[in-house]
Design a protein around this ligand. Structure first.
Ligand SMILES: Cc1cc2nc3c(=O)[nH]c(=O)nc-3n(C[C@H](O)[C@H](O)[C@H](O)COP(=O)(O)O)c2cc1C
Length: 180
C-alpha cells in the first residue's frame, strides 16, 4: 500500500489527544501524541510511539521518566502549541498556571482528563519512531472532563453513553419531558 493510501485510511481512525512530557523546569519538553495506549495491567504498562526527530524523544531517553496527559475539549490550543504550531519550544510551552509536577518531576497537567506518571522501561525502534514503554507509577483523573479526540483532521469529542441501560434512561427521560 502507498504511504498516501495508508495516511488516508488512518485519518479515519479516531484517537485521543495527549501531551507526553518529561523533565523538570527549566528543562521540560512535551509534545502532542495520539499514538498512546495501555499495554498491560500486571505490572501497569503503557506505550506511546514517538518520532525520534522530536525534541522530547532524547529527553525521555535521558530522564527515564515521562508523563502522559490526556487532553480535554478545552485544550485544543494546548494540543496545537505542543504540536509545534505556536513556534514555542521546550520549556516555553509550559504555562506555570496549567502545570504541576509528579514526585518524579515529570510535568502533570492540572485539569487533564487523566495523567499518568511513568518510568521508561523499554524502547523499541521501528522506522521513524520509537515505542516508548513505561511502567505506570501513579496517576490522577478528572472524571467530569470530556476527552479531546482527533479524526479526519478535526478536533472532536465523545462522551455519549450508547450502552442499553443509558439508552433506556434517556428514552424514559425524554418520555417524561414530553409528558410534562
Ligand atoms: C493530533 C496530533 C497527534 C500527534 N501524534 C503524534 C504521535 O503520536 N507521535 C509523534 O511522534 N508525533 C505526534 N504528533 C506530532 C508532534 O506533536 C509534533 O511533531 C511536535 O511538534 C513534536 O514536538 P517538538 O516540536 O518538541 O519536536 C502529533 C500531532 C498532532 C497534531
Amino acid at each position: 500500500m502507498s504511504p498516501q493510501a495508508f495516511r488516508q485510511l488512518m485519518r479515519m481512525h479516531p484517537a485521543a489527544a495527549n501531551i507526553v512530557a518529561t523533565g523538570k523546569a527549566p528543562n521540560r519538553t512535551g509534545m502532542t501524541v495520539s499514538a498512546f495506549m495501555s499495554l498491560g495491567v500486571e505490572p501497569p504498562t503503557v506505550v506511546c510511539a514517538i518520532n525520534r526527530s522530536a525534541l522530547s524523544y532524547a529527553h525521555m531517553s535521558d530522564n527515564q521518566v515521562f508523563s502522559v496527559n490526556t487532553l480535554a475539549t478545552h485544550h485544543v490550543q494546548l494540543a496545537l502549541l505542543f504540536a509545534g504550531q505556536g513556534a514555542l519550544f521546550g520549556d516555553e510551552r509550559f504555562d506555570r498556571e496549567l502545570w504541576d509536577e509528579f514526585d518524579s518531576g515529570s510535568p502533570c497537567l492540572r485539569d487533564a482528563v487523566m495523567s499518568l506518571e511513568c518510568r521508561l522501561i523499554r524502547q523499541v525502534e521501528e522506522s521513524s519512531h520509537s515505542l516508548m514503554i513505561g511502567e505506570v507509577i501513579s496517576g490522577r483523573c478528572n472524571e467530569r472532563a470530556a476527552p479531546l479526540l482527533y479524526r479526519d483532521g478535526q478536533w472532536v469529542t465523545t462522551c455519549e453513553d450508547l450502552s442499553p441501560a443509558s439508552a433506556a434512561r434517556s428514552t424514559a427521560q425524554n418520555g417524561a419531558a414530553v409528558q410534562a
